[in-house]
Write a protein that binds this ligand. Sequence first.
Ligand SMILES: CSC[C@H](NC(=O)[C@H](Cc1ccccc1)NC(=O)N1CCOCC1)C(=O)N[C@@H](CC1CCCCC1)[C@@H](O)C(=O)OC(C)C
Length: 331
Amino acid sequence: DTGSAAATPIDPRFDIAYVTPVTIGTPPQTLQLDLDTGSSDLWVFSSHTPASQVRGQRIYAPDKSTTSKLLNGHTWSITYGDGSGSRGNVYTDKFTIGGVTVKSQAIETAQQVSSSFTTEDAIDGLVGLGFSTLNTVSPNGQLTFFDNAKPNLDSPVFTADLKYMKPGTYDFGFIDKTKYTGEITYVPVETDPGYWTFTSSGYGVGSGTFSSSPITGIADTGTSLVYLPTAIVTAYYRQVQGATNSRSYGGYVFPCNSTLPAFVFGVGEAKFTIPPSYMSYAAVTDGSPTCFGGLQSSSGIGVNIWGDVALKAAFVVFNGEEPPTIGWANK
Ligand SMILES: CSC[C@H](NC(=O)[C@H](Cc1ccccc1)NC(=O)N1CCOCC1)C(=O)N[C@@H](CC1CCCCC1)[C@@H](O)C(=O)OC(C)C
């Protein structure tokens, strides 16, 4: 098997998240889900989600699918890094992304979602692409779509080609040579506790010297920004006129008309450049002259996160061979 599906920004003003069309059940029900390498639950808004918590999202109705089966006595409950969360019960059903089908995928149906999911009408749920050890289903943990699909994929990989303010793609089972330039640099992945954790070889601010120092963090398609150690973040914003670490806005902000340096990060011997346009994430509110940075401190989170702002600057291979590795290429 191989497959390919679009990853479309949910907001035309800034890349807060990307959604991908999937089909569930028989006849197929189409939902737009956020593929998230930072978690490992596949959950959806459903006919079990209280109407008061559904605001425009598409739902999966297992009772309308001839292939759905209740996974008796199983429940799930998840809380994300941003404090949002959801919980519910579990079915198995046919699940397809970009032509790759898993005949019996655990589909976690929401019986409760937090307010930020209710207000985000473009996201109908998540497809966790982290390691299955992180799956929250109890009493028996379930496998991710990738783990279920892997044995039938031509190659046990999926790739992320996210783009700045336009649709990109997720590919499954193959590496598309037309999507990158030069070589792919593969580095080891630490699978404990279950994220795609790797070590970057260092960073540079603009045309400044490159600082070779290991930065261990996770590649997370479900996180909008890049979160790195405070020392790196302050070194970056020291080069930005009028930048301040705003308590009220919860991070580094600067005048939108400030000149921003690029941010360079290393993977092995390779270098990746996040352009200034990606580093100016968004105006703090529509029309404000104050902009919020795409690079923020990880000190409050406990893990460094290479989110969409970094992933957009590269073609990334999530290699599910044993032992797993992660590959980065320029594009
Ligand atoms: C500091 S880590 C926070 C991260 N969340 C985010 O990055 C959210 C994503 C979002 C998308 C759409 C609507 C609302 C929020 N964005 C966010 O907090 N932003 C505030 C700063 O400006 C950029 C947008 C996060 O929790 N990621 C989740 C997946 C995410 C998907 C969208 C819905 C909410 C959950 C997951 O990757 C995760 O928990 O990672 C852990 C390892 C941190």
